[in-house]
Design a protein around this ligand. Structure first.
Ligand code: NAD
Ligand code: UD1
Length: 344
């Protein structure tokens, strides 16, 4: 019998790609999403990619009774991947309570329901934002957690602690915390991708919208950082590679291969790219010239961060191996697809 996995936030950007990879690996998927930052059409697109329609419930993770109804309806859920969260850093500064309520309340509901319904484990979407500006690069999982720069970042730190405390208290669950670096790109079929709300805040959505003419020019925030070309450095990870990390994490939990009840992994490529290098890679892979200018630094930006992913490579047997050019091409094809559909 196929093992059943609950994916919260499964119609979102990373969630939708992960659902496809779970299905490809033979899992039976139940999605819970309140559609606050995605649309129900994504379920059709997942089916178009994988050939399998996942179960979908439009439920808010803050709705305890609604969530309990899902566990009761789909008996035998073995594990959860918890993506559902509010994720806009700037908005979290404006509306901290919304972020604390949504991101913390949702996790608490799941952790309370898991033992009641015999759910063995949870994979949690954390972020490299927990490291702030690391003192040592590449950053390992042992690096200190720095004071969060935003309420959003704080919710990730608090959620990691809530999971640690819950397991330490004797809850019969286990957990894997995945600290993502910068997820970018789209599914190679161009049927799944990121749908930014309004003006994109993240680099790659801004690049593709500029390339297609929705935005006039990209502003590169700062070229006077202490980096080789003066622009900030990040570890950009392909979203399908990232999705696959969740599949191996789920298998590790279900096959009881964990070395601790809570494990933490960096999910990145191990390679840092500057903003200028990324722009050049985009132009090279797509053949599209990008209009850009150098602008002042953006408040709150980290100068440079990239992962040491060796723990995930060695323990999970997972590696991000999609070349950056392919990833940027997938982002561009997704933008072309959106244009074709008249969406953006
Ligand atoms: P996304 O907004 O595309 O997906 C999140 C999904 O969760 C959306 O479909 C939204 O409708 C849903 N959702 C939000 N609150 C909900 C609730 N209370 N109940 C049910 N559904 C709810 O975001 P994403 O980029 O796919 O991110 C997924 C997860 O990964 C988030 O937890 C995010 O914080 C984390 N993360 C993302 C990035 C990134 O750069 N995208 C980086 C690090 C960590
Ligand atoms: C941001 C969040 C981080 C979150 C991550 C998820 C902030 C401060 N941090 O990280 O918490 O986990 O998204 O993906 O918002 N850039 C430009 N011009 C643009 C947009 C971005 O030059 O129009 C630069 C930024 O200065 C940065 C790099 O591109 O150097 C990447 O930016 P972005 O995609 O927003 O990601 P992060 O800032 O790394």
């Amino acid at each position: 019998m196929k093992e059943k996995i609950l994916v919260t936030g499964g119609t979102g950007y990373i969630g939708s790609h992960t659902v496809v990879e779970l299905q490809n690996a033979g899992y039976d998927v139940v999605i819970v999403d309140n559609l606050s930052n995605s649309s129900a059409d994504v379920v059709d697109n997942i089916e178009a990619v994988s050939g399998i329609r996942p179960a979908f419930e439009k439920i808010d993770c803050l709705d305890y009774a609604g969530l309990e109804g899902v566990f009761a309806k789909y008996q035998g859920i073995k594990a959860i991947i918890h993506f559902a969260a509010s994720k806009a850093v700037g908005e979290s500064v404006q509306k901290p309570l919304l972020y604390y309520r949504n991101n913390i309340g949702s996790l608490i509901n799941l952790l309370e329901l898991m033992p009641k319904y015999g759910v063995e484990g949870i994979v949690f979407s954390s972020s490299c934002t927990v490291y702030g500006q690391p003192d040592v690069l590449p950053v390992t999982e042992k690096a200190p957690i720095k004071k969060a720069e935003s309420p959003y970042g704080n919710t990730k730190q608090i959620n990691e602690e809530i999971i640690q405390d819950t397991v330490a208290s004797g809850s019969p669950i286990s957990a894997i915390l995945l600290r993502y670096f910068n997820p970018i790109g789209a599914h190679p079929t161009a049927l799944l991708g990121e749908l930014p709300n309004g003006v994109p805040q993240n680099l790659v959505p801004y690049i593709v919208q500029t390339a297609i003419g929705i935005r006039e020019k990209l502003s590169i925030f700062g070229n006077d950082y202490n980096t080789p070309d003066g622009t900030c450095i990040r570890d950009y990870i392909n979203v399908v590679d990232l999705a696959k990390a969740h599949v191996v994490a789920i298998a590790r939990i279900l096959e009881k291969k964990q070395k601790a009840k809570v494990e933490v992994f960096n999910i990145g490529t191990g390679r840092g790219l500057s903003v200028l290098e990324l722009v050049q890679a985009f132009e090279k892979s797509t053949g599209v010239k990008l209009n850009y200018q150098i602008a002042p630094r953006r408040a709150g930006d980290i100068e440079k961060v990239w992962a040491d992913p060796s723990l995930a490579n060695n323990e999970l047997g997972w590696k991000a191996d999609t070349p950056i050019e392919d990833t940027l091409l997938s982002a561009w094809k997704w933008q072309l697809h959106l244009r074709e559909k008249g969406i953006q």
